[in-house]
Design a protein. Structure first.
Length: 366
């Protein structure tokens, strides 16, 4: 309805307008969003078991009823020093470049810490990161890094190049990387992963994962609660992102048949595995990450790529053929001093399933 400009919760009827804005900003196409996009957008932002309008997405509506800016968000329940609260995972921040920037400015102001129990993003662009810092939010530089462990360098570089060029995609199909990698893996010891003594991994059911993964987060003072309905929903939504490959959950056990941790990743055979999360019992980080590397290498992947959790950085850095690169800005806005203090000491869990990288909006609908 036309009227005074204002900010309000997004509703399902807004999706066609927001979808067109999404394609205009992120896909550089002035087109209506297809029904497949609209259906997925609705499921992603309106079907969470935690969804309530005040914890979801917001739009800025102009006086003519047109949506000029929008922030999409997913509610996630977090525990903050023993107190549960509903956080907001901020996803796409969109503003129409052909209209006044007033809507974007007013939406950005809603992210000020005094207005938020906890809101965060793990996929912010430099512009969005600037918005966060201007309104008083905090950046987590280490969490914005990706680690990459290479197992088969020729295949890794051919697959990476194939994403950028049709010529390289053709060359990759010639399978010239196999003989090169065979020679390199025999002559460069750093490419091979040493066995993790006494450890083994196996396929993990979703039921077991959902019931045990939250226990590995209790060492953080600020972490997702991940109730059974919420984590089941997140995993179900992640499995829809088949463009990243099949969704895998693996558990890691020691010689005493004790569960030490687990890891979650996307991959197709021979591809670059996209690791979402590594969960480990306290003091078992090196063993879990070591066994994960053994599995990923022996399965035949070209490389493994994942997000840095600062507490796991030491264990990751013990592995050779590893490099790090900036992926995106991780930003947090919160009114509670306990959260800002936790950020300063790397005592907050963000990323992977507690983030946006599993969403099809990040890697699909081009």
């Amino acid at each position: 309805m036309a009227g005074k400009e204002h900010i309000r919760p997004m509703n399902v009827e807004d999706i066609p307008q927001v979808g067109r804005l999404f394609y205009k900003i992120f896909r550089k196409k002035s087109v209506d969003s297809p029904n497949t996009f609209n259906d997925y957008f609705k499921e992603l932002f309106f079907s969470s078991p935690l969804y309530q309008p005040q914890h979801g997405s917001y739009v800025h509506e102009a006086d003519n009823g047109r949506i000029s800016s929008a922030i999409s968000a997913i509610p996630m329940q977090y525990m903050v020093d023993g107190t549960p609260m509903t956080a907001r995972l901020l996803c796409a921040f969109m503003t129409d470049p052909d209209v006044s920037c007033r809507g974007a400015f007013e939406l950005a102001l809603t992210m000020r810490p005094r207005h938020q129990d906890l809101c965060f993003t793990d996929s912010a662009s430099p512009v969005s990161a600037n918005h966060f810092t201007v309104v008083g939010g905090k950046l987590l530089p280490l969490n914005g890094l990706d680690w990459c462990r290479i197992f088969r360098p020729a295949r890794y570089f051919s697959q990476s190049a194939a994403k950028k060029s049709a010529l390289f995609r053709y060359i990759a199909r010639l399978l010239l990387d196999r003989p090169i990698d065979s020679v390199m893996r025999r002559t460069v010891p750093a490419l091979r992963v040493p066995a993790a003594s006494g450890m083994h991994d196996e396929d993990m059911s979703q039921e077991l994962f959902v019931s045990t993964a939250p226990e590995f987060l209790n060492a953080y003072s600020v972490h997702p609660v991940w109730s059974q309905p919420e984590l089941d929903w997140i995993v179900r939504m992640a499995r829809l992102n088949t463009g990243l490959g099949s969704f895998h959950i693996r558990s890691v056990w020691d010689q005493n048949a004790e569960l030490c941790g687990c890891f979650v990743y996307f991959a197709d055979p021979g591809s670059i595995a996209q690791v979402l999360n590594i969960f480990a019992a306290k003091g078992k980080e090196h063993a879990v990450i070591g066994q994960m590397m053994v599995h990923l290498e022996q399965t035949g992947f070209a490389a493994a790529l994942g997000h840095v959790q600062p507490r796991q950085l030491d264990a990751l850095s013990r592995h050779r053929a590893m490099f790090y690169k900036h992926r995106a800005h991780v930003c947090v806005s919160a009114r509670h001093s306990t959260i800002t203090s936790a950020i300063d000491r790397n005592d907050i869990f963000i990323g992977g399933l507690a983030g946006e990288s599993w969403s099809r909006l990040v890697s699909d609908f081009f």
